[in-house]
Design a protein around this ligand. Structure first.
Ligand code: FMN
Length: 248
C-alpha cells in the first residue's frame, strides 16, 4: 500500500508526533512518503492508496498557517476514488470550543469533494471536554484522530498506534467488500438499480461498472462485452481481444 503523509506544524508539536510516531507506524503498514504541506505540488495528489493529513488547530478554530495558505487549492481537489485519513493536534482544555477543528474542516472538504474518509474515532472517556467543536461528526465521534500534546501527551503514542491499526483494518475490510462486489455485483442488495460502493458504480440495467477507486488486481466489467477484464495499476488489460476495453 502506498501512503502519503501530509502535515503542517507551527510550533513543532505536530512535526514531533509525525517523526516519533506516524512515520515509524505508517512505514509498518505500507510504503510511506511524507511531506510538509508547504512543499506540495499538484502531482502529490495523484495515485496513492491512502493520504494521511495532519493538522493542528490555531487561534480559536483556525487552520495551521501553512494549511491556511493552502486551503483554497485544497478545496479544489477532486477526491473521488481517494482514501483519506485525518489527524490533528489541539488543546482540549484551553480551546475546548475549537478542539481540533482543523480535523473536521479538512475531512468535510474531502467528503464534499467525493473522497472516502477512514479513521473516525470515538470521543471516549479519555477526553475531557463538553463542547461540540468541528472535529466531531456527532456528539461522540471524531472525523479522525484528535491528539492533545498540550494536556495529554502521555496518551499520544498509544492513540497513534491504535489509530494506524484501525485505519489499516478498515481499508482491508473495505477492499474485501469491494472485491466481493466486483466479483458478484448482483449479490449486492442495496435495492436500487444503481449500486455504489467505495467509488464503484454498478448499473444493473446496463450491466456495467464505473471504476473510480483504482486498486490493484480488481476486476471490472467491460461495458459493451460484459466480460471481465483485469485492472492493474490503472492500466486496463483486456484478456479477450485487447481492442475495446473501456476507460471511464
Ligand atoms: C494562541 C493559540 C491558539 C490555539 N488555538 C487552538 C484552537 O483553537 N483549538 C485547538 O484545539 N488548539 C488550539 N491551540 C493549541 C495548539 O493546536 C497545540 O498547541 C498544537 O499542539 C500546536 O501544534 P504545532 O506545534 O504543530 O503547531 C492553540 C494554541 C495557541 C498557543
Amino acid at each position: 500500500m502506498n501512503i502519503k503523509l501530509i502535515y503542517g506544524s507551527d510550533t513543532g508539536k505536530t512535526e514531533y508526533v509525525v517523526d516519533q510516531y506516524f512515520i515509524p507506524g505508517l512505514e509498518e503498514i505500507g510504503d510511506l512518503e511524507y511531506k510538509n504541506v508547504n512543499d506540495l505540488t499538484e502531482e502529490d495528489w495523484g495515485e496513492s492508496d491512502l493520504f494521511v493529513l495532519g493538522i493542528p488547530t490555531w487561534y480559536d478554530g483556525e487552520l495551521q498557517s501553512d494549511w491556511e495558505d493552502y486551503f483554497e487549492t485544497f478545496k479544489e481537489i477532486d477526491f473521488s476514488g481517494k482514501s483519506v485519513a485525518v489527524f490533528g493536534l489541539g488543546d482540549q482544555i484551553g480551546y475546548d470550543e475549537w478542539f481540533c477543528d482543523g480535523v473536521g474542516i479538512l475531512a468535510e472538504v474531502v467528503l464534499e469533494n467525493g473522497g472516502h474518509v477512514f479513521g473516525y474515532t470515538k470521543k471516549d472517556e479519555s477526553y475531557d471536554f463538553d463542547t461540540t467543536p468541528k472535529s466531531l461528526v456527532n456528539e461522540d465521534t471524531f472525523y479522525g484522530l484528535c491528539l492533545d500534546e498540550d494536556t495529554q501527551d502521555e496518551l499520544t503514542k498509544d492513540r497513534v498506534s491504535k489509530w494506524i491499526d484501525s485505519v489499516k483494518k478498515e481499508i482491508d475490510s473495505l477492499d474485501n467488500e469491494v472485491e466481493a462486489f466486483l466479483n458478484a455485483p448482483e449479490n449486492n442488495t442495496l435495492g436500487s438499480k444503481i449500486d455504489t460502493l467505495a467509488g464503484l458504480t454498478y448499473d444493473k440495467d446496463n450491466d456495467f461498472m464505473k471504476f473510480q477507486k483504482k486498486q490493484n488486481d480488481f476486476q471490472w466489467i467491460d461495458e459493451e462485452q460484459s466480460e471481465y477484464d483485469s485492472f492493474s495499476n490503472g492500466e486496463t488489460n483486456n484478456e479477450s481481444d485487447g481492442e475495446d476495453s473501456n476507460e471511464y
